[in-house]
Unconditional design. Structure first.
Lengths: 279, 131
């Protein structure tokens, strides 16, 4: 039987990918950040997941403004890397798992989550930066990846509660897939950040630490944070944290936190990384 | 009747909601074309001619030509699409963000290195006025 064994929460700040791609990871600005991800890299190398379900948001790259899906599941066998305006990141093409993705869609829709099926899609930094942070710079990504793109660009994003419930439904769907598979779910984006307007640069470490604390202990409380509260307290783009709740919902009620890292800054963001193992 | 906008009380930000998305639709679709290198070159070669191919309002067109970032947000530009314009100019995201704050890029980077902007005084318009 397929099993979701753990979740990873991580920021997906594009500047992190650019730092790696341009050979700047050893510079004093970046060194502490990459050092902070070393334990997570070791953890995933030891865990060796067969599949990663990667919850992220597209940043006006795969989807232009004609169609804005709230939850879009990538069902293709592979996903090319998007040119976001400065050339595509030099990272491997992302290999999907169409059979399992099709199973997820069927199970989720019958479970009353109205997923958008995407059979052709480029992936941007929202998806590739977490892969770089966890897997480094291999010639091929070491596992199959199912992208789950959540709209957080146009208000309103789905609520944290809705995302959490979708995560729970993903867990149910995986449990009915008979193949022996170890699956890790990534929830990406955040943490506190505001990247536009006169208020750009806002961070809120207290908000972020409370979020990290309660992710394992009391995620239900976190599901009651309203969209406006995220934006007011932690920056307009902190709404991305609902994707961490989607990941958390997929882990089942009991988890053990095995790693946490928090750092400011990466460009305009506060960066967080957490690893939660299912118990 | 219009939708409730509790976020309008947050200072220094333009939330990209459905109404703003509507107003900014053609602007954002123009910015989306800058994902292609050939389009970036064509735009830089003759900005006015390139923009003529899109149904932008005059205010939007002028804000693009002036790289008036906050005005572009106000007129419905979404920040991730605006970033493509900054990249087309060979600028960084950080450069664009610093312009939006009225700080120099150096000042902005220093603020971030010191932990970023505190939310104190930035939660609501009334709180902002007291600061």
């Amino acid at each position: 039987m397929a099993r979701i064994i753990a979740g990873v929460g991580t920021s997906h700040t594009p500047a992190i990918g650019a730092a790696v791609d341009n050979g700047k990871a050893d510079q004093p600005y970046w060194r502490p950040l990459f050092a902070g991800y070393e334990p997570a890299k070791r953890w995933i190398a030891e865990t060796r997941p067969d599949v990663v379900i990667l919850v992220y948001n597209d940043h006006a790259n795969a989807f232009d403004f004609r169609v804005i899906p709230t939850f879009a599941l990538g069902c293709a066998d592979e996903f090319p890397i998007a040119d976001e305006g400065w050339g595509a990141r030099p990272v491997p093409v992302v290999k999907g798992y169409p059979e399992l993705a099709a199973h997820l869609v069927q199970s989720l829709v019958l479970d009353e989550f109205d997923m958008t099926v995407v059979n052709e899609m480029q992936v941007d930094h929202g998806l590739t930066v977490p892969l770089t942070l966890l897997f480094g710079s291999p010639s091929e990504w070491p596992c199959r990846i199912i992208p789950l793109a959540v709209n957080v660009v146009q208000y309103p994003a789905p609520t944290g509660r809705r995302c959490y419930h979708l995560g729970q439904a993903i867990r149910r769907a995986i449990e009915s897939w008979e193949e022996e598979l170890k699956i890790v779910v990534f929830g990406t984006g955040g943490m506190s950040h505001q990247i536009q307007g006169p208020r750009a640069g806002l961070t809120n470490p207290a908000f972020d630490q409370a979020f990290l604390n309660e992710l394992s202990r009391d995620p239900e409380r976190l599901t009651r944070i309203t969209p406006v509260e995220y934006m007011r307290e932690a920056g307009a783009e902190a709404i991305e944290l609902v994707m961490w709740l989607l990941m958390r919902g997929a882990l089942g009620p009991k988890v053990q936190e095995v790693y946490r890292f928090y750092h400011i800054p990466a460009s305009s963001t506060a960066v967080g990384n957490i690893i939660l193992e299912c118990r | 009747m219009s939708a409730e906008k509790p976020y309008d009380d947050i200072p220094g930000t333009w939330i990209f909601d459905a109404q703003r998305a509507r107003a900014g639709y053609h602007l954002n679709q123009f910015l989306y074309t800058l994902m292609k290198e050939s389009n970036r070159k064509a735009f830089l070669a003759d900005e006015r001619a390139y923009l003529a191919g899109f149904k932008l309002t005059e205010a939007q067109r002028n804000a693009v030509l002036d790289r008036d970032w906050n005005r572009l947000l106000e007129l419905g530009g979404v920040v991730y699409a605006l970033a493509k314009l900054a990249f087309t100019d060979g600028k960084s995201y950080q450069f664009m963000a610093s312009k939006m704050t009225g700080m120099s890029e150096r000042e902005y980077v220093d603020m971030m290195l010191k932990g970023g902007r505190s939310p104190e005084g930035w939660r609501s318009r009334s709180e902002r006025e007291k600061h």
